[in-house]
Design a protein around this ligand. Sequence first.
Ligand code: PSV
Ligand code: MN
Length: 409
Amino acid sequence: MRQWNEAWKVFCDAQSERGIELSAVMTALKAQHIETPSWGYADSGTRFKVFNQPGAARTAQEKLSDAAQVHAYTGVAPSVALHIPWDKVDDYEELREYAESLGMSLGAINPNLFQDDAYKLGSLTHPDAGVRRQAIDHCLECVQIAQTVGSRDISLWLADGTSSPGQDHMRSRKQRLLASLQEIYAAMPDPMRLLIEYKFFEPAFYHTDLGDWGTAYLMATRLGERAMVLVDLGHHPLGTNIEQIVALLLDEGRLGGFHFNNKKYADDDLTVGSINPYELFLIFNELIDGALDPAVKMDVAYMLDESVNIKPKIPAMIQSVMNVQVAYAQALLIDRPALREAQGNGDVIRAEEILLEAYRTDVRPLLAAMRTELGKDPDPLAAYLQSGYQQRIVAERGVSSSGSGFQGA
Ligand code: PSV
Ligand code: MN
């Protein structure tokens, strides 16, 4: 603790020399809200193997209880996204009450449109109207669930696409997609939002119906104001400038959701910030820039979309939250007036140096001070590991025998 106090003093002096207003930074950090996914607490794996973990959550209630631990130690993860039917329960009202009893709320509802045999040729875009009906009805059920549990957002990711050239008529699929989405959107009263998540590949091999931000944006604008685009960091071709997509969607008032993770090759679901922390920082730079601009209408739901397969689930989630906080804190330290001035002067080197100065700042003393102000331990990961919760769930839950196939992000 002492070590953090001293580092904090040095940090404050350095930032005041740079003219950075730390109280605003502190307020922003405390107000951050990072949702965690229920499926990140359950056994998951690849199509090759699921290595079941001792203590992994088996029920919706256990997932909520584990998520509450992440919130208890970080103070910024008070909600949990649900995936239906993975989190199907008989009584959603009761689930909501249970979440509330843990000091948690239920977040985005994710319909599952990819694990039923009927969906072999698609769900909302399927050539058969009967299958489209099934998929739409499932989404309508999710809208009902969202209303019961007090969630505002439906997050929709589709596995729809074709696996061979000529398999289906692309323009018809686009039209079916829009018609299906229109029916779902029509069932969502204000203030409910439909977050449309794109992904450029997988599981279809040839084309993907919602393959890029442009298609998601097109659908959103056709639907109405409460349809927004959701950006998942793992869902782009390598080399894509994601911060540009973020800036563009913000400027159009259509960025509704964000899924954090990191990729090395494909949609790998690696820990956010573990591969390209500079990219994450640059994305936060755009997000903060948008938040500070009164002309930008911005309401973004942030979620970790990681289904860590090998790491222990709860510590992995705490580590991810902390990585997001680091990138956010660094981006909050950017000297924005100086940056705009350098940009206006065409001073390319100075502009980049301003970014790098913030990015290279060791923000750990700042985050430790913020956590102390929130009444949390400055080191959430260590505090969780010492708490005894992990040992308790291992003893109580044991190792699940299920989960030999894919489940997860
Ligand atoms: C599948 O790629 C995926 O990871 C999407 O990112 C969704 O958000 C998630 O699964 C849950 O359906
Ligand atoms: Mn996602």
